[in-house]
Design a protein around this ligand. Sequence first.
Ligand code: GDP
Ligand code: ZN
Length: 459
Amino acid sequence: MTDTIAAISTAMGESGIGIVRMSGKNSLDIGGKIFKGKIHEDFKDVENRKLTYGHIYNPKDKKIVDEVLIVYMKSPHTYTREDIVEIYCHGGAISVKKILELLLENGARLAEPGEFTKRAFLNGRLDLSQAEAVIDLIRAKTDKSYDVSLEQLEGSLSFKIEEIRNILLEMLAHVEVSIDFPDEDIEEVTYEELENSGNKVLLEIDNLLSTADKGRILRDGLNTVILGKPNVGKSSLLNAILRENRAIVTDVPGTTRDIIEEYVNIDGIPLKIVDTAGIRSTEDLVEKIGVDRAKKVVEGADLVIGVFDASRELSLEDKEIIELLKEKNSIVLLNKTDLPNKYNIEDLKTLIPNKKIILTAIAKDEGIEELEETIKNMFYSGDVEVSDEIMITNIRHKNQLIKAKKNIEEAIEGIKLNVPLDCVEVDIRNCWDNLGEISGDTISEDILDKIFSEFCIGK
Ligand code: GDP
Ligand code: ZN
């Protein structure tokens, strides 16, 4: 952490400005080697946190590289708590790249993904859950998932975790007093108090865990698969949903080929429609990849929308699809109801009971609203109000809470059975550690590296 790191912080591509960022104790020195100001010729004379106009030049051949604004931010009141220099240059790929190269030639090292934020964490500016919120904020797919990340960044989760850990700390103090000064009367009181506190901790953990499913969906999107045999209206459905709901398309670089993920926003719920089998190119999932692999795709889905054509007889293929829908969170669409029907909704109901069946005429935009309403109600009974609720959006946090829950349950059980207090102490301490891994108070280097490696470079 002693070296000075640099990276391009803005997205690649054409843009008005680009930002190159540097953090570490040599930032001012390195900046001074490549910057000449109009008023303050020497970079060392610029004022802290004041944007300064000038030129970046190559010290080797004295050639000007770009016209820029530059700012020096003195530690510790910076993002990383280190000295930071930011250079605002012209956008586009070349200027930022040239400036970054100059920084590297003059003593900076290329930053690893998330390294600025990692330093912010290691230097105590953010706790780990806040650092993780930074990347969630950048990747947020809907306003609601953005709000949840922002709350986490502001420290709502950190605060809650600290609250629970403080109860555990009090419990540990009680236990230690009793171990150090054994006295039967004190011990009896201690067991009673410990049980109360333990139950309080358990309740808080359960409350957090109960938000985890919603939270994950908000953060990662609802994994959605549209199933149906050819020509039933899958592409029409996808297009209808996309048309009405602002969509974000992201390319996920895969190993063999790129997978397109479409995000649509259904009243704050990001639906992630993974177009693995090319629903869009009128290929058919079951037909193209076979029933076995279709099963696999369906297995990983949070929601499966099965589409059937009411104007044709129900085929064997339809029945195979119905079987796939039965075990999942699914919604059944009986489409093309504008055409003369070959079978009715009652027949379908007997084949697939307990599932919501919606009559649609997708080509005429009929039934889409009911579908969206159904999706919403399926995942949130009623409206989601994320603002007054702390949500667990991160699977890592969820897993830590599950571990913490197990340990506090064991502690409570031990307390009820009046087992020796030093045994109970172990469980309480483990619970305290488990929660500490959420805030990053107790965490291994490996896990840290893994978390920050998922960040983008320059953040
Ligand atoms: P896919 O193969 O399942 O993706 O089906 P498409 O979305 O490509 O639709 C197949 C054909 O059915 C197209 O000609 C659509 O215009 C038509 N279609 C889709 N939905 C309806 C509907 O509700 N009513 C009618 N009459 N035609 C529809
Ligand atoms: Zn299609």
